[in-house]
Design a protein around this ligand. Structure first.
Ligand code: HEM
Length: 303
């Protein structure tokens, strides 16, 4: 199992959602100085961005964690921030003190995912998107997809038979296939390869240094992002021409009374894949590990 990839997922999942910029910048002059976690802020403006990107980001996080513990301060991509990686800290941010935090992302992430994606909004637009996403994942909406999801699982099992696999990577492939099915329904087979190709380039550049020059991972990712929008625009126009109704996420977005624009739909489709994929793959990897470690539990859930 690729634990460094899991570690990176844990970190990236929390850092970019919970850049505690506000918390750090809200310390007003004259008010008592609030204690900040241990860590270093690096150079003015660039902070520790170069350290993060000059080596494997996993090494950056692992060495910081070893030195300062599971909560430390740093400064990357132009943002003073606090990184967290413990369940207790995650609960504090997401549950017990969630009212103190506002999700913000570095501008480069916003550009890559799309400014209209749910994560970057509050208020009515945010609530509307939340409802549309939830609607597509209610039991009645996904009931008919279960046999197709099962067949994706069975295909995976056949492919793994007799080979050594990287569980987390395989779970990512599995969740991506299920995500495509939940988003595009049966239409996904027509676009699967193009969507995969572009999405994988986008993913590779997502945590790269945000330098938009030809040849950089970031530049390639931005190009792939543009191509993804074009593919989605094609799918949308084909669905509109066929006037067909669909029970999938795209159908939910397209069925909204006050129509969403193509750009809003594309940004949110890509956003949901991002939100759903590594998180679910990570949880599934841990589930497999604990089931393997506890045969009595495995027996109880498979009986
Ligand atoms: C075990 C798997 C998952 C984990 C651990 C996870 C975790 C999270 C977390 C921590 C947030 C931020 C919540 C907040 O800001 O209060 C979030 C938001 C979100 N997640 Fe997930 N997620 C998972 C699976 C999924 C799946 C499968 C989907 C797609 C259907 C999804 C779609 C979203 C969306 C759309 C948001 C933004 C919600 C909003 O801004 O209101 N997530 N997720």
């Amino acid at each position: 199992m690729d634990f460094s990839a899991l570690l990176l997922t844990l970190f990236t999942g929390t850092i970019f959602l919970y850049f505690l910029r506000c918390l750090v910048s809200q310390r007003r002059r004259g008010s008592p100085k609030l204690p900040l976690p241990p860590g270093t802020m690096g150079w003015p403006y660039v902070g520790e961005t170069f350290q993060l990107y000059s080596q494997d980001p996993n090494v950056f996080f692992a060495s910081k964690q070893k030195r300062y513990g599971s909560v430390f301060k740093t400064h990357v991509l132009g943002c003073p921030c606090v990184m967290i990686s413990s369940p207790e800290a995650a609960k504090f941010v997401l549950v017990t003190k969630s009212h103190l935090f506002k999700p913000t992302f570095p501008a480069s992430k916003e550009r890559m995912l799309g400014k209209q994606a749910i994560f970057f909004h509050q208020g009515d637009y945010h609530s509307k998107l939340r409802k549309l996403v939830l609607r597509a994942f209610m039991p009645e909406a996904i009931r008919d997809m279960v046999p197709d999801i099962e067949s994706i699982a069975q295909d995976s099992l056949r492919n793994w038979d007799g080979t050594m696999i990287n569980t987390y990577q395989e779970m990512k492939t599995y969740t991506f296939n299920v995500a495509l099915l939940s988003i595009f329904g049966k239409d996904e087979v027509l676009y699967r390869e193009d969507l995969k190709r572009c999405y994988y380039i986008l993913e590779k550049g997502y945590n790269s240094m945000p330098v938009n020059l030809p040849g950089t991972l970031f530049h390639k990712a931005m190009k792939a992002r543009k191509e993804l929008s074009q593919i989605l625009a094609r799918i949308l126009s084909e669905r509109r021409e066929n006037r067909s109704s669909h029970n999938d996420l795209l159908g939910s977005f397209m069925g909204d009374k006050e129509e969403l624009s193509d750009e809003q739909i594309a940004d949110n489709i890509i956003g949901v894949i991002f939100a759903a994929r590594d998180t679910t793959a990570s949880v599934m990897t841990w589930i497999l590990k604990y089931l393997a470690d506890n045969p009595n539990v495995l027996e109880a859930v498979t009986d």
